[in-house]
Design a protein. Structure first.
Length: 110
C-alpha cells in the first residue's frame, strides 16, 4: 500500500527495541538505556517503525503514535495528503494494530 515499509511492534522496552533495530541497520542508537517511553515511532531509510510497550498500550497511545507514523510516511514520500487520504492511512494503520492486539491477546490499559 505504501512506498515505505511499516513495522508495528508490541515489546517490553520500546527504547531497547529502537536501539536494537538501529544497530542492526548500522545506524546511530541514541536512546538512553533507561528511557521509559511507552511508545516510540521513528523513520529510517524508507521504513517506519512503531514500538509500543506491552505493559502500557492503550487506545490513547495507539492514536497518538499512529498519527506520528502517518506523518513519517508522508514526510518520507514528500507528500502533503488531503485530510481524507491522511485519515484513510490512520485507519489502515489502526486496523493493523488491532489485528496484532487480537492475534496475540494483548490486554489494553485504560
Amino acid at each position: 500500500m505504501f512506498p515505505v515499509s511499516v513495522t508495528i511492534m508490541v515489546v517490553k522496552s520500546p527504547a531497547k527495541t529502537y536501539n536494537h533495530v538501529q544497530a542492526a541497520r548500522g545506524c546511530a542508537t541514541d536512546r538512553d538505556k533507561d528511557d521509559t517511553a511507552a511508545a516510540i515511532t521513528w523513520r529510517n531509510d524508507g521504513s517506519v517503525y512503531v514500538a509500543f510497550e506491552k505493559s502500557s498500550i492503550s487506545h490513547d497511545l495507539i492514536a497518538h503514535e499512529l498519527n506520528h507514523a502517518a506523518e513519517n510516511i508522508f514526510e518520507y514520500i514528500e507528500s502533503e495528503p488531503s485530510k481524507e487520504i491522511y485519515h484513510y492511512v490512520i485507519g489502515y494503520l489502526t486496523a493493523r494494530v488491532y489485528r496484532l492486539i487480537k492475534k496475540y491477546k494483548i490486554r489494553l490499559h485504560k
